[in-house]
Design a protein around this ligand. Structure first.
Ligand SMILES: Cc1ncc(C[n+]2csc(CCOP(=O)(O)OP(=O)(O)O)c2C)c(N)n1
Ligand code: SF4
Length: 249
């Protein structure tokens, strides 16, 4: 049976009127991010002009929520599809949303070249330190010592076990006009501000923009609500939040 959104809760206008029941696990940070993204799309009044490329992984569940054009891609391929879409229809505002596995492992080359070419799309990578949809395997972003289903003794820092820092790498090869930042769902005001700048950089400056968002995955982390936010604080030490743009705007 299809559930309707309870109008007593504030929901973005660009969400589907009759959204399917949410398939996100309770406490998932990805759904928190989508709600803030929805509010910013409302604020910028771009619902009718937006196209979203979604990846494989839990982030694909975004297709349940938004009432605008969405294209589903293969794992790690939402960036090249978004680039192709933008090049063929320059008036659209084109976004890509993917997990850290999609962005920093299987799709890394596509992401880096889009940044290098300064393709005017907005990319969001949701970093939850693992491959969540497939059961919580270790990812490039798993932090040193982190226990995952494929690192039961903890990710070994002495054995190539460092955490991968995406925005810091992208900054090295991107154009001066690119917007690059890292946010966390623990700080919604900063998150909304950065989502807005990520989209505005495409709209006003016709440039590449990139936002990594730290999001909890309580199911694979096997954490309670408070433990999830404790782990998020640990992530924020490894992955400092803030803007990494070369030029002040
Ligand atoms: C080419 C390819 N390889 C592997 C898979 C299997 N697969 C599906 S989801 C997934 C993990 C996704 O992890 P991430 O991109 O970090 O997204 P999350 O689920 O954490 O949001 C994998 C490996 C696939 N769908 N396609
Ligand atoms: S497995 Fe993790 S990332 Fe996926 S929906 Fe559940 S909490 Fe969210």
């Amino acid at each position: 049976m299809t559930k309707t959104i309870d109008k007593n809760f504030s929901m973005p206008k660009c969400f589907n009127e009759r959204s399917k029941p949410s398939l996100y696990c309770p406490g998932c940070g990805q759904s928190i991010f989508l709600k803030h993204l929805g509010f910013i799309i409302d604020d910028l009044e771009i619902q009718g002009k937006t196209t979203l490329g979604i990846d494989i992984g839990c982030s694909l569940l975004a297709w349940n929520f938004f009432n605008f054009d969405i294209v589903q891609t293969h794992h790690g391929r939402s960036v090249p599809v978004a680039v192709g879409y933008k090049l063929s229809n320059k008036r659209r505002i084109v976004m890509s949303i993917m997990g850290d596995g999609g962005g920093y492992a299987i799709g890394l080359q596509s992401l880096l070249h889009a940044a290098f070419r300064n393709n005017p799309i907005s990319v969001f990578v949701l970093n939850n330190t693992g491959y969540s949809m497939t059961g919580g395997q270790m990812a490039p972003t798993s932090i040193p010592g982190e226990i995952t289903t494929t690192s039961p003794s903890g990710k070994d820092p002495k054995n190539s076990g460092k955490a991968f820092h995406g925005p810091e790498l992208i900054k090295q090869i991107s154009d001066n006009s690119a917007y690059i930042a890292r946010a966390s769902v623990s700080n919604p005001i900063m998150l909304q501000k950065m989502i807005k700048k990520t989209l505005e950089n495409q709209i006003k400056n016709n440039s590449f923009s990139f936002l990594e968002v730290l999001t909890p995955c309580p199911t694979n982390w096997k954490t309670t609500a408070s433990e999830s936010f404790n782990f998020l604080s640990k992530m924020e030490k490894e992955f400092p939040i803030g803007e990494m743009t070369k030029n002040e705007k």
